[in-house]
Design a binder for this molecule. Sequence first.
Ligand code: F6P
Length: 534
Amino acid sequence: MTRKPTDLFALRAAAQNDTAVRIVERFASEPARLKSMTVEATGLHIDLSRQPWSMTTLNLALDLAEARGVAQARAALFDGETVNRSEGRAVLHPALRAGEGAAYAAGGGPVSGEVEAMRARMRAFAQAVRSGEITGATGQRFEAVLHIGIGGSDLGPRLVWQALRPRGERPVELRFAANVDPEEFAEAIRGLDPASTLVVVVSKTFTTQETLANAELARGWLRDALGGDGDAHLCAVSAAPARAEAFGVRPDRVFAFWDWVGGRFSLWSAVGLSCAVALGWEAFEALLAGAEAMDRHFLEAPAGRNAPILMALAQVLNVNGLDRHARAVIPYAQRLELLPAFLQQLEMESNGKAVGADGQVLAHATCPVVFGEPGTNGQHAFFQLLHQGPQVIPVDFILVRRGSGEAASHHKLLANGVAQAEALLVGRDPAAVRAELADHAERDVLAPQKDFPGDRPSTVITLPELSPRALGALIALYEHKTFVEGVIWGLNSFDQWGVELGKALARGVLSELEGGQVQPHDPATAALIARLRT
Ligand code: F6P
């Protein structure tokens, strides 16, 4: 049965109507536009004035958020209700970053006490490793951490490390291995000494094939160098601590988290342990504080000034109002190069669904394809399509006001970000293009090719600096935006049933590739397995 998306119809009609006026022209007819569509949230500046809505349509979008129950859903999430109904779980990542004395409860049971206790354990462990109080089996200090995990057990910590890692010499190096392709593991341990490497195996379920395979490689690598003592270099982070212990991790090196922590929202739990060790506790705590500040903004700011809600509405407007099924994320900061990959999982695994939380097929589109590259690199790759391609692809530009490097280079970086957003918005006057070609024999052929239509939407997010606090706020902003979109689209953002079939089939195919009995398959799969077996 298909649900009638009557409430999205009005937004779609208004959005289509709005296209009659170019976005850039609206600034004159709507003097309050820039101010009304720009919000400050915990030090982040978010400009949504380049989105293709009129002030009237923005208000309609806010009505839609109200009608779809965003405020109630937000309250249910923060109150620890079972918002992930298909898995019968609460979803309480805000509890993980709440300051001391918070009183979160999941399904009625208090959780803040155990969160604080685990945070205290993480802190003590991270500090003891960094100070050299906890050493390796031979008494050497830990100079490196090897983080093993995949998906939500990898992307957040990897993004944070890439963004915040100290320049040059670092007291603790952090490496990552996610892929079951052993090439990544081999690269991750290159140059590391097992005697001074701590291995942190991160898996919510502790059943993930890739992670267990890499954990075994790591254990073998440690044992080859250190014998049985090598096992003492293993740590585990899991919501299934008994499985981690069964794997051979000492109980005092197992750091638990809980089923109410979704994998792609788990950075703030012990999943962030390797970052806490490698960056230091103060940095990790500041990351949590930035996210907590964004939680408060999301909870307290009125909808029309609420950054996650407005960003979600801009996304809904583009997808459901204007059929724009992709979005580019372009951080003008090399250190944020993994943000697009992180957001791909956050948004596409959360909201890439065609069936609603009530089990009915949705009659509207949901999550767009999210992709991106750091600026300026992307400009020299796919920006051609963003400027002149037949499909309109909204862009999130992320700029960092204070750079960490040389000022002149940072100004060049920022200038490019500003210019690209302007080019997309304003385009170029076709008359100017023709005038430039006035004496050219081929002007009628060339002019249309050199035309920049503009009128292409973007959101510009400006961070004061790339600090742990600002990064925490940025990640939490996108988390809440993703949640609000899921509410408006009527789906459960917190499950991921779509990844299960491939995992199950891979188990059977593996046994066939290893010489086991061949099972019935479709002709194409059977032929491929036969080819790979020989
Ligand atoms: O790819 C599916 C998935 O279940 C993700 O949602 C999750 O983050 C990842 O696998 C890793 O799972 P785990 O932490 O249980 O190893």
